[in-house]
Design a protein around this ligand. Structure first.
Ligand SMILES: [Mg+2]
Length: 326
């Protein structure tokens, strides 16, 4: 249990950025390569030729969303999606909220969506929405919504939480499969935020998510739930590693991150397991790292990793603003 909302917000944002930064140097490299040369800490250079501690698009867009939610009234009702759109445009074209002044590692749907935003398309209509547009680019940046009043309410209104999540996800990813991945992730984050252990948070999330989908979800949303069958039926933690894919597909990323969370019991073991699955290492690390930060707290993040994390003080300042009373 976090003793305050600001400590939880710091743990979430730092945990996500550290997981991202651990994965950046080995992004796109295979699981076989990681078995031969496991990541055990922060590395420099590698895939994107960056200094140790450099985080990527996952953290940048997470921080853009956190900035929007930190605006006055940003955590009550619908956040200002035009504000979030402008911050995303500034990130892609002007290196806003980048680790070292360089924008790198941009996903296809995200690039398309931000181009549309710049041409004046309404934010909720900007994200590509075909079945092939289900990369993990909405999931990787959605965690700050766990600090929104709707997601934090004692009596959670799941339909309101769905509508909020769908609107925010749709700025870059308009297909219901992406929203559902974000929705299930935020259900787990919500449980961790109130102090549940990872296994409890997962089982509560899947039961709540499954009941809501069976009772209230209509049309295209309802038909998406079998895609998350392993998550919703509770069979995920027992899967062998060979059945866990760490690609850039939203379903794979959610499964991989939860699998790591549920099979390990420290922050470090969880994020290193995520990165060492290979392939989309930085996003799997970020998605797992945000949850592991919430689960174990900032004190559990190795000090030597935090010491080299890019813009650590700025991230901590942002977390304080994300958690301030609105
Ligand atoms: Mg990335």
């Amino acid at each position: 249990m976090h003793d305050s909302l600001p400590t939880a917000a710091r743990a979430a944002l730092l945990g996500l950025a550290v997981g991202d930064a651990l994965g950046v140097p080995v992004e796109f490299l295979s699981r076989v390569a990681r078995r031969q040369d496991p990541v055990t800490g922060m590395r420099a250079y590698g895939t994107h030729r960056q200094p140790a501690g450099t985080w990527s698009d996952d953290s940048s867009l997470t921080f853009c969303l956190a900035e929007t939610l930190a605006q006055p009234g940003g955590r009550n009702g619908m956040p200002d999606l035009v504000d979030f759109a402008q911050r995303s445009i500034n990130w892609l074209y002007q290196s806003y909220w980048t680790a070292t002044g360089e924008t790198f590692d941009v996903g296809n749907a995200t690039r398309t969506a931000i181009g549309r935003l710049q041409r004046g398309i309404e934010p909720i209509k900007a994200g590509p929405n075909s079945e092939s547009d289900n990369g993990n680019g909405a999931l990787m940046r959605i965690l700050p919504l766990a600090f929104h009043e709707i997601w934090r309410a004692e009596n959670l209104d799941l339909s309101a939480a769905w509508a909020l999540t769908e609107a925010v996800a749709s700025v870059t990813h308009g297909h219901p499969r992406s929203t559902l991945g974000c929705f299930l992730y935020l259900l787990v984050a919500r449980g961790l935020l109130v102090g549940l252990a990872p296994a409890e948070a997962y089982h509560q999330a899947r039961a709540e998510g499954y009941n809501w989908l069976q009772t209230f979800a209509k049309g295209p949303i309802f038909y998406e739930w079998p895609k998350y069958g392993a998550v919703l039926h509770g069979t995920l933690p027992d899967r062998p590693e060979s059945a866990i894919s760490s690609s850039g597909y939203v379903v794979d990323t959610l499964e991989a991150a939860l699998w790591c969370l549920l099979r390990h019991d420290t922050y470090a073991a969880t994020v290193l397991a995520a990165v060492n699955l290979g392939d989309d290492t930085d996003t799997t690390g970020a998605v797992a790292g945000g949850l592991a930060g919430l689960a174990y707290g900032e004190a559990a993040i190795p000090a030597e990793w935090l010491a080299v994390l890019a813009r650590r003080a700025d991230v901590e300042d942002l977390a304080a603003r994300l958690a301030q009373p609105s």
